[in-house]
Write a protein that binds this ligand. Structure first.
Ligand SMILES: NC(=O)c1ccc[n+]([C@@H]2O[C@H](COP(=O)([O-])OP(=O)(O)OC[C@H]3O[C@@H](n4cnc5c(N)ncnc54)[C@H](OP(=O)(O)O)[C@@H]3O)[C@@H](O)[C@H]2O)c1
Length: 267
């Protein structure tokens, strides 16, 4: 399945009906990339929505993430197979390491990723929440095992622009998948974003997403359970910002993380 830069996030969708309805709504609207994780406790619900949807499984890019308890070699292999079963797919399009924490060990984890790619239970491998140093080490380790990194998923939005990781993504030619791309609503009150939204008769959520899509090698995975939000966000696909808009948002001089804590790899 081809990668689609406009994905659908499912974090916190632990209620079965809510998750199935939201994923089916997203697929109806046009989303063709669904982002889940072992840790979200909803892979089976995503699987049900994929099976029930009128959209063919072959037309949807499905991504999941290995929980930090499952990063030893044997667990990478065994639990990825379990994820595929829960998702109801033969092949997971993209499997990430959710965080380089807990049982993460470059030798074990990267060998495990190479093994699941070789076995064919995943099509591509990804990493998430790696610092530039850990990322470089992991990319080298993957390349040594004959595997290319497909995507690095990190928080990224106008209040956390991630220049260094974006530039690295372009150099290495992998996708930077932007999570919390509307900063869970915190971009709505930013004057520069409001100005651009007004100019285009768009919403701040759409502007934040369109700004990310204006960047090379960047994909977005906004989450919404509310049908109106799911539809509104997808409207960003048709919003083209001009250079002046992009520059205005580039100029927002803030470094604000919504996912942070003393347990993170960057602390
Ligand atoms: N790799 C990681 O460690 C990691 C970490 C965080 C997130 N992620 C992934 O990235 C996805 C997105 O990130 P996120 O869920 O943290 O944050 P987000 O997508 O930036 O924001 C989601 C929140 O914004 C609300 N919302 C969405 N669209 C809206 C709109 N148009 N107007 C008003 N409110 C709107 C949603 O409300 P409703 O749901 O009520 O509609 C929800 O509360 C996650 O679901 C997950 O798949 C990955």
């Amino acid at each position: 399945m081809d990668f689609d830069r406009f994905g659908f996030g499912t974090y916190q969708m632990t209620d079965r009906d809510e998750c199935i309805t939201a994923v089916e709504t997203a697929l109806d609207i046009g989303y063709r990339h669904i982002d889940t994780a072992q840790g979200y406790d909803n892979e089976a619900y995503v699987g049900e929505a994929l099976a029930d949807s009128a959209v063919d499984r072959e037309d949807v890019f499905v991504a999941s993430k290995l929980a930090t308890a499952n990063l030893g070699y044997d667990d990478v292999v065994a639990t990825t197979r379990k994820s595929a079963e829960r998702l109801g797919v033969d092949t997971i399009d993209l499997m990430y390491v959710h965080w380089p924490l807990n049982t993460y060990d470059p030798e074990e984890t990267l060998s495990g990723l190479a093994a699941i790619a070789e076995e064919g239970v995943v099509d591509h491998v990804g990493l998430s929440n790696f610092t530039p140093e850990l990322l470089e080490e992991a990319i080298d380790g993957l390349n040594d095992r004959g595997v290319s990194l497909f995507a690095h998923q990190v928080e990224c939005h106008p209040l956390l622009q991630q220049e260094e990781l974006r530039s690295y993504a372009r150099e290495d030619d992998h996708w930077l998948v932007a999570y919390s791309p509307i900063a869970r609503g915190e971009v709505f009150d930013v004057p520069e974003i409001q100005d651009v939204a007004e100019k285009h008769d768009a919403t701040p959520a759409q502007v934040s997403l369109a700004w990310l899509l204006a960047k090379e090698n960047v994909a977005v995975i906004p989450k919404a359970a509310t049908p109106a939000h799911i539809r509104e966000n997808y409207g960003a696909v048709d919003l083209e910002l001009d250079e002046e808009d992009v520059r205005k948002i580039d100029g927002i001089d803030r470094e604000h993380r919504v996912v942070d804590g003393d347990w993170t790899p960057w602390e």
